[in-house]
Design a protein around this ligand. Structure first.
Ligand code: SAH
Length: 220
């Protein structure tokens, strides 16, 4: 019963927030229609899970607005066999969407409790093409590189060099870059040693903190 209620909210979310704003990739829309977002937010906020906004999770972090997840995912242009890296697991919601679309997903989170909770949630939901690790995602995941897609779901001061190096030839990196309060969503495409960046629009994320990110205590 309750599941029907949430599927209804999910359908409305897709129609009014995602499709209405121009997201067209049918695979992205299908993935967003499958993942039960209400299981990725704190229980007391379950009824707001399909609202047009980010929501607090724990450790002062947030689950991104549904449209932002759809937009970034569409920009990644994930092929079925793709090997994708996410920096900033958070609730694991974006990771679940990536698991629906890619062959293999690797996700890095700096807070151990968030990583553990996401891992448990994703395994209960049956996603078995994903690995999560705790650490500084600005260093990437060199043992698993190269990646056909890399998505950073926190705001960076600049593009971390290791992520550029770990991008496969022909791959794409989607990353918000800029100061607190407002970043620019960048897409970087690699062709050999040539990297081309494009600005896609403004966004607001929590800070990417790490060796190639903001320094703790001196964020912004
Ligand atoms: N993708 C998430 C939203 C993430 S919010 C979701 O779908 O819910 C950004 C996350 O990035 C936070 O959980 C934060 O702890 C994490 N983060 C920030 N800097 C990081 C870093 N250097 N390495 C890994 N994770 C980082």
């Amino acid at each position: 019963m309750k599941e029907d209620y949430y599927s209804g909210l999910r359908r409305d979310m897709l129609r009014h927030q995602i499709a209405a704003r121009g997201i067209k990739n049918p695979r992205v829309l299908e993935a967003m229609s499958r993942v039960p977002r209400h299981l990725f937010v704190p229980e007391r906020l379950a009824d707001r899970a399909y609202d047009d906004s980010p929501l607090p999770i724990s450790d002062g972090q947030t689950i991104s607005q549904p449209y932002m997840v759809a937009w970034m995912t569409e920009l990644l242009e994930i092929a079925e066999a793709a090997k994708v890296l996410e920096v900033g697991t958070g609730s694991g919601y974006q990771a679940a969407i990536l698991c629906e679309l890619a062959g293999e997903v690797f996700s890095i989170e700096k807070y151990p409790d968030l990583a553990r909770a996401a891992e448990e949630r994703l395994s209960i939901l049956g996603y078995d093409n994903l690995r999560i690790r705790v650490g500084d995602g600005t260093l990437g995941w060199p043992e698993e590189a190269p990646f056909t897609g890399i998505i950073v779901t926190a705001g960076a001061p600049s593009v971390p060099q290791p992520l550029l190096e770990q991008l496969a030839d022909g791959g794409r990196l989607v990353i918000p870059v800029g100061p607190a309060g407002m970043q620019m969503l960048n897409v970087i495409r690699r062709h050999g040693n040539d990297y081309r960046a494009s600005d896609e629009g403004n966004c607001v994320f929590v800070p990417l903190v790490g060796k190639f990110g903001w320094k703790r205590g001196r964020v912004f």
